[in-house]
Design a binder for this molecule. Structure first.
Ligand code: NAD
Length: 428
């Protein structure tokens, strides 16, 4: 399913509207929160390696900064749309609020396909991104982080451009940096580990021992890889992962019923998280359709690729054994699918709670940058565990006490905090 085949922002707004109704927000607060505070739409012209000039379109959306500077990913994707970025920025506002870090919500994207760009061309895009935004971003206003098809190198190029223009060091302006350049230990693991901390807590509530459970994943990128790593360490077995094949322009699922081997698969995966189909077959994986990951007889499904993947067209394919869906990606479940799943016995850990580990650790990275003193990996991961488990418990307790689903509960908690911050500041 392509990234822009439906409007993600409308989904995000309708989820917000439901929370606003539950909270009985006044009309000005609704109007204020259901739209971004600021939007930047711009172009980045670069010299391609073949001497041509090419112009890339880009967006940075600052949804809300009432609780602190906005923080959010920068995505490189050929199908990027402003509405996808708006939705992701809005979800980041709720994410930072639900886990209680003093940040707001933002997101950005460049319409480009890194598969077809050299490193030098990507560096030019990163530097061009900063040149266009320099007056409107920074450690106290808008902080960027890696997202789809961006990584620590992109963050470092952006930081270098930012610091070169301003003539001083501002390491907290970009997070997800390489560790030796002001990055945090544990940042690369944080989103994936955070998902599995939430799954661990959910399994406890459902009285299921994690040891012996099985899972199937969509995506084998930065998020999935580390989620699988922690899940396997905790005793779970992953039998299927699905990834995008850029040569064939479609996705495939890779299944091994006795459990995938993380390192073997990593060796045949490109830097964008695409598994080589022929090599996978050679090392004993069944190669199945892109949707097959969803149909597996497993306890846990983790959509951790892109948005709008579980829809009213495929919810009936979800196996009856599935007990938990932990949303690793932003917006993987459409509103219609969500309504169907809410009537089933499947327990959903909603995206902006499940995948909050990344922003929690971005916040830790900033704290370390400000102190210029760095924690070791165990310390970072222990702090991550406490924050994720606490946020999970808050949402789960609220859900039980108010007889609301996990998504609605997370929304009510988050929107209430942000609305209160806006009221306290006297904005609405
Ligand atoms: P990534 O680019 O590292 O990996 C994406 C993975 O998804 C790759 O394996 C790719 O092959 C796969 N994929 C893409 N389209 C697919 C399709 N149609 N079918 C099957 N597989 C497909 O990205 P990531 O950083 O792992 O992010 C994954 C998701 O998690 C995104 O929705 C992102 O916004 C969200 N997220 C990421 C972070 C983070 O810290 N990186 C934090 C929060 C949320």
């Amino acid at each position: 399913m392509s990234v822009n085949s439906y409007n993600l922002f409308q989904t995000a707004q309708s989820q917000f509207d439901k929370a606003a109704d539950l909270l009985e927000l006044n009309s000005a607060t609704r109007e204020f929160l259901r739209n971004p505070m600021r939007e930047f739409h711009f172009t980045i012209p670069i010299h391609m390696d073949n001497g041509e000039m090419k112009v890339f379109r880009a967006f940075r959306i600052q949804h809300n900064d009432a609780r602190g500077p906005v923080e959010g990913g920068v995505r490189f994707h050929p199908m990027e749309t402003v509405d996808t970025v708006r939705a992701s920025a809005m979800w980041m506002t709720w994410k930072t609020a639900v886990v209680g870090v003093p940040l707001g919500g933002g997101n950005g994207g460049v319409i480009c396909d890194p598969h077809n760009l050299s490193d030098f061309e990507q560096e030019q895009i990163c530097r061009g991104w900063v040149r266009q935004l320099v007056k409107n971003i920074g450690p106290n206003s808008d902080i960027s982080a890696p997202d789809i098809m961006t990584n620590s190198q992109h963050m470092l190029w952006m930081l270098d451009e930012y610091e070169t223009i301003l003539g001083a060091r501002y390491p907290g302006a970009f997070t997800g940096k390489p560790i030796e350049m002001g990055g945090s230990q544990g940042r690369i693991q944080a989103t994936g580990y955070g998902i599995m901390i939430a799954v661990r807590e959910a399994l406890k509530e459902l009285n299921i021992k994690i040891n012996g459970t099985t899972a199937s994943f969509q995506g084998f990128g930065k998020v999935s890889y580390y989620a699988i790593e922690l899940y396997q360490k905790m005793g779970g077995k992953v039998i299927c992962v699905s990834t995008w094949d850029n040569n064939e322009n479609r996705s495939f699922s890779f299944r091994k019923k006795d459990g995938i081997n993380l390192e073997d698969l990593r060796e045949i995966t490109n830097i964008y998280g695409g598994i080589n189909k022929d090599k996978a077959e050679d090392i004993g994986y069944e190669v199945l359709s892109g949707d097959a990951w969803l149909e597996q007889e497993v306890d846990i499904l983790v959509p951790a690729a892109i948005e709008n993947q579980i829809t009213d067209n495929n919810t009936d394919k979800i196996n009856k054994c599935v007990k938990i869906i932990a949303e690793g990606a932003n917006g993987p479940t459409s509103s219609k699918a969500d309504a169907i799943l809410n009537k089933s016995s499947i327990f959903i850990i909603p995206d902006f709670l499940a995948n909050a580990g990344g922003v929690i650790c971005s916040y830790f990275e900033q704290v370390q940058n400000n102190m210029n003193y760095y924690w070791d990996k165990d310390e970072v991961l222990a702090k991550l565990d406490v924050k994720m488990a606490t946020a999970y418990a808050d949402v789960s307790d609220f859900s039980r006490e108010n007889k609301l689903g996990m998504r609605d509960s997370a929304y009510v908690i988050a929107v209430d905090k942000v609305a209160q911050a806006c009221h306290s500041r006297g904005w609405v």
